[in-house]
Design a protein around this ligand. Structure first.
Ligand code: PEP
Length: 257
């Protein structure tokens, strides 16, 4: 059976009451779909809506993650949220290095490496995002960019099992633009990432899930998720609407069998 993780990145959307409504609707869809254990569903609300989401999905099998975390577990870091706090709030996963964090908050591979190590230390599964900009793709730098993001970001990472880490390949030009990569473009980069993960992580690198992110929606999900090295999706826009998110989960269920 193929494994998939279908993860929703809610970005800076939903107040706690809105999160309760959306998470409850997703939990209801999940219960109706009743995915096999090889298909996991995750929602990543803003920090202030995590508690509401955790309460709303209780018992449904939907997991909750955060969109970022700090490198330290406590201290004088005004405005930051520690991995231990994320974990204690009921999260299983944390997104690290989303391109919006790299672009608007100047997060570097070296900083993201510290966040990944800190998250792993707390038993959180980091979803480490990599991907090239449009200029880098045009200059045929895609594979080199992704390689250095992986080599630098995963420095000193040693896994006890493949499911401790998830990678998300998110071409920056496809995020929030409606312009998804084709399934062949996605597979080409996913296959390269698979090779790099084996080099960096050894045997566990052969099993680590690699999600595709960038304008994934019900219309293109089946073709992309069917590709051999695609292990799920990191979904922004389409995860804010329970019907489109559930349609993508349903496709993963079909392909997992
Ligand atoms: C994302 O936020 O990671 C993302 C892929 O967004 P969208 O699906 O809207 O492109």
């Amino acid at each position: 059976m193929r494994k998939y993780l279908i993860a929703g990145n809610w970005k800076m959307y939903t107040t706690p009451p809105e999160a309760t409504t959306l998470a409850s609707a997703i939990a209801e869809k999940q219960q109706f779909l009743s995915p096999p254990s090889s298909v996991q569903t995750l929602i990543c609300p803003p920090y202030t809506s995590i508690y509401a989401a955790v309460e709303a999905v209780k018992g449904s099998g939907v997991r909750v993650g955060a969109q970022d975390c700090h490198t330290e577990n406590k201290g004088a870091f005004t405005g930051e949220i520690a991995p231990a706090m994320v974990k204690a709030s009921g999260c299983s996963h944390v997104i690290v290095g989303h391109s919006e964090r790299r672009q608007y908050f100047s997060e570097t591979n070296a900083l993201l490496n510290k966040k990944i190590l800190a998250a792993l230390n707390e038993g959180l599964v980091p979803i480490y995002c990599v991907g090239e900009t449009l200029i880098e793709r045009k200059q045929e730098q895609t594979i080199a960019v992704v390689r250095s993001q992986l080599v630098d970001g995963l420095k000193d990472v040693s896994l006890k099992s493949a499911d401790q880490l998830v990678i998300a390949y998110e071409p920056v030009w496809a995020i929030g633009t409606g312009l998804a990569a084709t399934s062949d473009q996605a597979q080409e980069v996913h296959a390269a990432i698979r090779g790099f993960l084996k080099e960096i992580l050894g045997a566990h690198g052969a099993e680590t899930l690699i999600l595709y992110g960038g304008s994934l929606k019900p219309e293109n999900a089946e073709e992309i998720l069917a590709k051999p090295d695609v292990g799920g999706g990191l979904i922004g826009g389409a995860s804010l609407q329970e019907d489109s998110f559930a349609a993508i989960i349903a496709m993963a269920c079909k392909l997992a069998l």
